[in-house]
Ligand binder design. Structure first.
Ligand code: BGC
Length: 263
């Protein structure tokens, strides 16, 4: 792929979405929540050790012209507490206890703000997507290799609200109800929806959200399974699709740097 080098418009931040199979990123226009200059993707190195991943993030950023002072945010698919990885359900276990902000920040030679991937996607949906303008409690659930969750109350993200590993019927919820579980076990939409019904029903009993937003790659096929669910709250597909992590990481980095906006 030909590397892109493009100048960033004002009011931009750079977002990077670190996933198990790909590392994606690009500059984000914070006024609209859109990718300002397209995005680049590089396969996640294997093994996905901190040093290897940080070097890949640096390679990705090198494909753009990112002026000094531009906020840079990265997502990570695990618990991220003040920039430090605290779990590793679907990533290399050497990350546990590692400061993502230090290791990626050193590779980039600039400050980095690290957040959980579902928190980033959730924040993006609330600021720019399916939950924009919704008051009350929004629960964003990403269905992928794992289950990620983000809780947003009156537009404010409550970070690290990790509900994908709730133990339900004696089992870690994500091992039964993730999108990966559907694929692994060859479940029909109906069979998977029954598991989702149990999972979302528990979430609803615990939190009584005003809105559920469902993200992750499978949300493109939301018509196949969301209508099969029976919940009190409305449940809608995410809107930002595969840009949500990048957009949310960028917006949260800008917020952390004191450069932007409300929530
Ligand atoms: C992790 C979460 C993450 C989710 C989606 C889960 O296994 O524990 O932190 O948000 O997967 O990647």
């Amino acid at each position: 792929m030909t590397p892109t080098r493009a100048a960033l418009p004002v009011a931009s931040a750079f977002g990077v979405d670190i996933g198990g199979s790909g590392i994606k990123g690009g500059p984000v226009d914070l006024a609209t929540g859109r990718l300002a200059k397209g995005r680049e993707r590089i396969a996640t190195p294997q093994p996905a050790t901190p040093a290897a991943v940080a070097a890949t993030v640096a390679e990705l950023l090198g494909r753009f012209e990112v002026p000094e002072g531009t906020p840079v945010g990265v997502t990570f698919p695990a618990v991220v507490h003040h920039g430090v990885a605290r779990s590793a359900a679907n990533v290399d276990s050497s990350w546990i206890g590692t400061s993502i902000e230090d290791v990626v920040g050193s590779a980039l030679d600039r400050p980095v703000h690290a957040v959980n991937d579902a928190d980033a996607a959730g924040y993006a949906e609330v600021r720019y997507g399916a939950a924009a303008g919704t008051r009350g409690v929004v629960l964003v659930v990403t269905l992928g290799t794992g289950i990620g969750t983000a809780l947003i109350a009156d537009g404010r993200l409550v970070p690290s609200f990790e509900l994908g590993h709730l133990e339900i019927d004696g089992v870690d919820a994500e091992t039964r109800a993730s999108s990966a579980a559907r694929e692994r076990e060859g479940l029909s939409w109906q069979e998977w929806a029954e598991r989702l019904q149990r999972y979302f029903g528990v979430l609803e009993d615990l939190l009584s959200p005003d809105l559920f937003v469902v993200g992750g790659g499978v949300s493109k096929q939301a018509d196949q399974f969301l209508p099969l669910l029976d919940l009190r709250a409305p449940i809608v597909p995410a809107r930002l699709r595969n840009a949500a992590g990048i957009v949310g990481a960028a917006a949260l980095a800008a917020r952390a740097a004191g450069k932007a906006v409300t929530a």
